[in-house]
Design a protein around this ligand. Structure first.
Ligand code: SF4
Length: 321
């Protein structure tokens, strides 16, 4: 059944074995790590097993990737006589068409179907050649929807990758909601206006390019502009935010308090931002102080900034040094 786009929580796809379903070739599940589990609080998780989805059943003969790097096939390990490549790739389209609310996907480390990267590749004689592949289903997901944020359970152990994935998934969800409600040039400019400081924290060059792109909004058809915009926008959020780039944004935001917050309190805020810049305290500390000041001296523009809360605080992604 096709879903509607009305949702309260963003939806992530997840490999069914990671979601506790006994769908691996040997009838086992795979334990999700604590970081994957924690995402269940902030997202609705929808599980898919591509190998089950194409009718391989369980238990089933295991498969692996075989052949040259630019033309691997997913073959059964034992005989190399059964080829599942095209069916697994086609299943990506089935998933995306059946779940239009998906705004990210948690893949499964090392899987020839669902691995994000470094999946093993074998020669036709069965010897391992390299670990340089993306799983067949995972690669097709990226081709069918290049904007969809992808990570695997192993990579989500990295705090920076985890934060980037969650940020992009929430932003993509926001974008899908905007498009579902009907896009206009005015709404597109309003969307970017809310994301300016978040984009600045990830990539100053993209922040400037997106600003220029929208300054000329009337000069090209809206659909064309929106397509260009969202590619650059999602690419910008895929860049890692750094201590330096976050510090830059924090000082920009602090600048809005010049007229409303007394000098000694602004000095205390500056000291906290400096402590953050030196890596001594987590981002949440100066940010909490900023929020406190903006609660006392509201500013509608800053209130609208996604940078202040790009995802639920409970995920604690800004609490790490
Ligand atoms: S890795 Fe993918 S194909 Fe394999 S069992 Fe898990 S969900 Fe199914």
């Amino acid at each position: 059944m096709t879903e509607t786009l009305i949702s309260v929580k963003p939806v992530l796809g997840i490999g069914a074995c990671l979601a506790g379903k006994a769908v691996r070739y040997n009838g086992q599940t795979k334990s999700p790590n604590e970081h994957v589990r924690s995402l269940g609080d902030a997202f609705e998780l929808r599980s898919f097993c591509p190998e089950m989805g194409i009718g391989m059943g369980v238990p089933r003969p295991p498969i692996h990737l075989v052949g040259p790097a630019d033309a691997v096939r997913a073959l059964d390990v034992e005989t190399h006589s059964r080829d599942y490549t095209d069916a697994l790739a086609d299943y990506a389209r089935t998933v995306l068409e059946s779940a239009p609310r998906l705004c990210g996907y948690i893949l499964v480390k090392g899987s020839p179907s669902c691995g994000y990267d470094r999946v093993k590749r074998y020669a036709h004689n069965g010897y391992g050649i390299a670990s340089d592949q993306r799983g067949i289903f995972a690669a097709a997901l990226g081709r069918v929807d290049p904007l969809l944020p992808l990570e695997d359970d192993g990579r989500l152990n990295d705090p920076g990758l985890r934060e980037s994935f969650v940020t992009r998934a929430y932003a993509y969800y926001d974008w899908k909601q905007l498009c579902a409600a009907g896009l206009s040039a005015h709404k597109l400019i309003g969307f970017y206006s809310r994301y300016k400081y978040l984009v600045m924290a990830h990539h100053v060059g993209a922040y400037q390019r997106l600003g220029r792109m929208l300054a000329d909004a009337g000069k090209q058809p809206l659909a064309e502009l929106a397509a260009e915009f969202i590619v650059e926008f999602m690419d910008s959020l895929a860049q890692r935010a750094t201590l330096r780039s976050h510090t830059n944004v924090l000082f920009h935001l602090a600048g809005y308090l010049k007229r409303t917050v007394p000098g000694p309190e602004r000095q205390r805020l500056k000291e906290l931002i400096d402590q953050y810049r030196l890596g001594r305290i987590p981002l949440v500390v100066p940010l909490t102080m900023l929020k406190h000041h903006f609660a006392n001296s509201p500013n509608a523009y800053i209130d609208s900034q996604v940078f202040m809360a790009p995802y639920p605080d409970e995920l604690k992604l800004r609490n790490l040094i």
